[in-house]
Design a protein around this ligand. Structure first.
Ligand code: NOJ
Ligand code: CA
Length: 703
């Protein structure tokens, strides 16, 4: 480590003095100090403004003295890094990783235990983590609670979802920090199993805005072999404290040296667009661990899915709970369910549609035996992932799809029986390889088995990681639903092609989501990685699909198009039914054209909860696409095309809200118009509440 400077002398000057570290552009500053009691603390400033006030760092341990005070500094080391790396897929084709680093080596005087804190200061924020080196006086230890504080500078506006060890599928609540407690029960509506929490706990990534207009985002990076962190607010001091997800025994994390925590991250800027443009979370993860990544390919897909989610069709082959016989395809005299969607004829219909319109994949759910009795009874042996229902012919359908240049996407609903999934994982992935699949959507609905574990506990976090690594051995891409929220791990394992891990489009068929939901998600859930949000719903009245389902999709059709650009995912779905797209082929053209993997992204307009407008240039074509999602208010967006190559003419096809569009009463009213644009053009585009637009910007053909 050539460029390390060791400052051995520094802390001998005074135990209460500290050390600051600036970002490469000097805008961001971290200050570390020890309190008179030897408590490690830090502060964060952005352009001279406080972002985090003096905050404590440390741990409570099980049956051992806490790692909270009585520390001295043994050593301080500095480093700097400036590298550029190429992601396998992403929002741009190269990412700069530029930071200054400070490692504070601490020792607890009374116990001689060692704990290091590593800070990395980027232009847009800081990441820090605790490291536990191999040492004489601490080998194995158990964390009872992490005590990392984030002392806020005021009563900020927060976009938050309630703390929960098992789901993130909430609508966001926007409120002052001081209002979280009183709004907590309302925020929980519609979800289960929340008794475990304090009523001031929220999940990350948490998006905040101060009275002075500073945007602050708190999350974590590289969550591996550790439980996911929540944040618990002390309403008196407006200080958040880390609050980990317990395991079945109530403990948080089992540690053995050498080990370290994930990075705790804070991004700050006066411009909300910088939060979306930050790649700090990826940069804090390790480089790609997969040598040959040529099999990892972004995909646009359709699926035998929305018809089940809306209740129009069923996953299960029969209605008879007793008919489930794992490993058997003979259902004897049991009458098949007329609405079973994963049947050969229907799947072929989707394959034909995909092939006709240039999609790469077709997801099929409800293809394997077990759906008659998969949920709610904590069943250990629940699915086997290799036995198709009698009306689904794996070999014929895969070769039919391949013959048309399309591939099938596998579905593994684990029903949260993690034990069952791990038992069968090799077999399941081998089955995929044997049958021509190379992407799987996995799911973790219901209570986790081993019983008592949670979706975000250390043990289960390790499972998700194991699944990604195992999948990589079989050249399988993973899109995990209900898994822990991503923390940039896809830098290391880019076969983690997407996650759900938040409230996706499915909730539009479960009663609806808030109209501004997708103006918040890119600031929260997507900070850690792409989301399989499954946009593209054109029929907003769900009762037309299923008379017993009165849900309404709370957006306009033009908004659904904008989401293809706003909600980045290299695995991007067109969620609606072929027959609905066939009614609006002119608007569907945007979904057919839009890119899914990008050379460059330009964040044009952004305000969390209100609007987002993004322009992106597709990799390996000269085409640009612009997307907008709008919140609760009518708004005029201004699209500045200065991102285009100067001197070139482009045809912009604009798919926008009709002035009379209304997400509740007239959501399918849109206007399509074409304009010639250059890098000097600026277009004003009106959007209605929960509206939006998509624009394809293609180089003009020579006349
Ligand atoms: C929940 C997932 O989010 C959804 O996409 C899937 O269809 C169901 N689980 C069934 O696996
Ligand atoms: Ca889900």
């Amino acid at each position: 480590m050539k460029n390390f400077i060791t400052l051995l002398f520094f802390f001998t000057i005074s135990s209460v003095s500290g050390q600051s570290l600036l970002s490469p552009n000097k805008h961001t500053k971290v200050f570390f100090s020890l309190s008179p009691e030897g408590k490690p603390t830090y502060t964060l400033n952005y352009k001279g403004e406080a972002v985090v006030l003096k905050s404590n760092l440390g741990f409570e341990l099980v049956n051992a003295k806490p790692l909270i005070e009585n520390f001295t500094v043994l050593d301080v080391q500095f480093n700097t890094k400036d590298e550029t790396w190429t992601p396998v897929w992403g929002e741009e084709n190269s990412i700069r990783n530029h930071y200054n680093e400070m490692l504070i080596a601490l020792e607890q005087e009374a116990t001689k235990r060692k704990m290091n804190i590593r800070f990395r200061v980027f232009d847009e924020g800081v990441g820090f983590r605790y490291e536990f080196p191999v040492q004489q006086h601490m080998g194995h230890f158990i964390i009872a609670q992490e005590r990392t504080a984030f002392a806020m500078t005021g009563d900020h506006v927060a976009h938050w979802i309630p703390g929960d060890y098992d789901t993130q599928e909430y609508d966001y609540t926007t409120s002052k920090l001081s209002e979280i407690e009183s709004l907590f029960d309302t925020a929980l509506t519609g979800n289960a199993s929340q008794e475990q929490f304090s009523k001031t706990g929220v999940q990350t990534a948490l998006m905040l805005k101060t009275d002075s207009g500073l945007y602050v985002n708190i999350h974590e990076a590289a969550l591996i072999d550790y439980p996911a962190m929540h944040l618990n607010l002390d309403p008196q001091t407006l200080t958040f404290e880390s609050w980990l997800t317990p395991d079945a025994t109530g403990n948080m994390a089992y540690m053995v040296t050498p080990h370290h925590t994930p990075w705790r991250t804070i991004i700050a800027s006066k411009d909300a667009r910088d939060i979306l443009a930050s790649r700090m979370t990826y940069n804090l993860n390790e480089p790609c661990a997969i040598e040959d990544t040529s099999w990892i390919k972004p995909m646009k897909y359709v699926g035998v899915w929305w018809e089940m989610i809306t209740g129009k069709s069923s996953w299960s082959y029969t209605n008879d709970v007793n008919a489930v016989k794992l490993g058997k395809t003979d259902f004897g005299s049991t009458t098949p369910n007329q609405t079973h969607a994963a049947n050969n004829t229907n799947v072929k219909r989707y394959i034909d549609f995909a092939a006709q319109h240039g999609f790469d994949g077709v997801l099929v759910e409800g293809w394997n035996v077990g759906w008659e009795d998969w949920f709610g009874h904590s069943k250990d042996y629940v699915f086997d992932f290799v036995t198709p229902y009698p009306d689904f012919d794996v070999k014929i359908l895969n070769s039919y799809a391949r013959g048309k240049g399309v591939e099938l996407i596998m579905h593994h609903e684990t029903s949260s029986s993690v034990r069952n999934y791990e038992r069968q994982m090799d077999k399941a992935y081998q089955f995929m390889k044997d049958n021509g699949y190379h992407a799987v959507k996995s799911g973790y609905v219901g209570d986790i088995i081993p019983r008592g574990e949670h979706h975000y506990s250390q043990f289960i976090v390790n499972h998700y990681h194991y699944a990604i690594q195992k999948a990589a051995e079989y050249e399988v891409m993973v899109n995990a639903h209900e898994a822990v929220r991503p923390t940039g791990v896809a830098r290391t394992y880019p076969n983690l092609i997407a996650n759900e891990s938040a409230r996706g489009t499915e909730f539009q068929a479960f009663g609806g989501s808030k109209p501004n939901h997708t103006t918040i998600l890119p600031f929260t859930r997507l900070i850690g990685g792409p989301m399989d949000y499954t946009p593209g719903v054109f029929e907003m009245d769900i009762s037309k699909l299923n008379p017993n389902n009165n849900s309404h999709v709370n957006t306009t059709l033009a908004n659904q198009l904008g989401l293809y650009v706003v909600m980045f995912s290299p695995l991007q779905m067109a969620a609606d039914l072929p027959e609905h797209y066939e009614k609006f082929m002119d608007a569907f053209q945007f979904i057919k054209d839009v890119g899914i993997d990008w050379e460059k992204s330009v964040y044009l307009e952004a305000e969390p909860g209100e609007y987002i407008t993004i322009a992106r240039k597709e990799k390996s074509t000269p085409n640009w696409f612009v997307g907008n999602s709008n919140g609760y208010n009518n708004r005029q967006a201004v699209v500045d095309f200065s991102f285009l190559t100067p001197g070139k003419k482009y045809t912009a096809t604009i798919y926008r809200d009709h002035p009379k569009a209304d997400y509740k009463t007239n959501p399918q009213a849109y206007v399509i118009e074409t304009k010639t644009v250059t890098s000097k053009s600026k277009l004003k585009i009106e959007t209605v509440p929960a509206g939006g637009f998509g624009i394809s910007v293609l180089p003009k053909k020579l006349e």
